[in-house]
Design a protein around this ligand. Structure first.
Ligand SMILES: [Zn+2]
Ligand SMILES: [Zn+2]
Length: 278
């Protein structure tokens, strides 16, 4: 199983020399196994995934052997911003499937593409797209290809999903946009259960420990909280992602000083276009 980070940032995409090493794209990662790929979130990093597909398949977005399957954790803009320009959103027969929770009475396609209509966007994408939109629920396991995915509720505003993903051999927990601090005991115990002995946790470390007190209740966590979770659940690896766009490469380099407190876990910072072979 391979995990690739296409967007390591949270909130808004940035492009500048101050972030040239870690990158400036917002949330998007892939999990690949046995020739099948799941995409998690449609932040600006999805545009880079699209460039890779264009290079591989001249017919893109038509006739793809493995059409995009995107699980959307929640509908904050940093997790959907690429959908408006993403070619499979426009092409009716792209075979794209989008998975997320339903939040209100509107059809799911209107919820997902709600930000992409006038006056915020030139076209009403919900009317143009051919994407199949599938409702998923926290606690209800789903099967996509040979992957088993279990969404569970994150501690974040709106309905936000974390995911436990397995291909039967390796397992990954996608835990972005979730605040460890403030979880109920029941929620935290559930989290421990999902994270126990997995191969990888992709962990929300939006803020430094120094800055976190100014952001309590904003729905994000820190490297130190990730290390504490690793000590309790013993994952083989933990990637820190959803890094606030305000941090420079040099500042992010210093976060590694908090690593090393969980001897059985390999810790690393997320960088755009970095891969981990599990
Ligand atoms: Zn976010
Ligand atoms: Zn969010």
């Amino acid at each position: 199983m391979k995990v690739k980070i296409y967007g390591c940032r949270g909130s808004i995409p940035v492009s500048h020399t101050y972030c040239s090493r870690y990158g400036g794209n917002t949330s998007c990662m892939t999990v690949e196994s046995e020739g099948k790929t799941l995409i998690f979130d449609a932040g600006s990093g999805l545009m880079v995934w699209e460039q890779e597909m264009k290079a591989l398949y001249p017919s893109y977005p038509k006739n793809l052997p493995d059409p995009p399957k995107i699980l959307i954790s929640h509908l904050h803009l940093d997790h959907i911003i690429a959908l408006g320009n993403f070619a499979p959103s426009w092409y009716k027969d792209s075979g794209m499937t989008l998975y997320t929770a339903s939040r209100d009475e509107r059809p799911l396609v209107n919820q997902i593409f709600g930000a992409f209509k006038p006056p915020y966007w030139p076209h009403d994408m919900s009317k143009m797209t051919g994407a199949k939109c599938v409702e998923i629920e926290c606690g209800k396991q789903i099967q996509i290809d040979h992957f088993t995915v279990t969404p569970f509720l994150a501690n974040h505003s709106d309905i936000t999903m974390s995911y436990h993903i397995t291909d039967g051999k390796k397992s990954v927990v996608h835990l972005l946009d979730s605040e460890i601090n403030g979880m109920t005991t029941e929620m935290y115990d559930g989290l421990l259960n999902y994270c126990m002995n997995v191969d990888l946790i992709v962990f929300d470390a939006a803020y430094s420990d120094e800055d976190y007190p100014k952001h309590v209740g904003w729905g994000h966590s820190t490297v130190r909280q990730g290390v504490e979770l690793a000590l309790k659940t013993n994952p083989r690896a933990m990637i820190f992602a959803h890094l606030s766009q305000t941090y420079t490469d040099y500042e992010l380099d210093t976060w590694a000083k908090h690593f090393g407190q969980a001897p059985d876990t390999y810790f690393l910072m997320a960088r755009d276009n970095s891969e981990l072979d599990l």
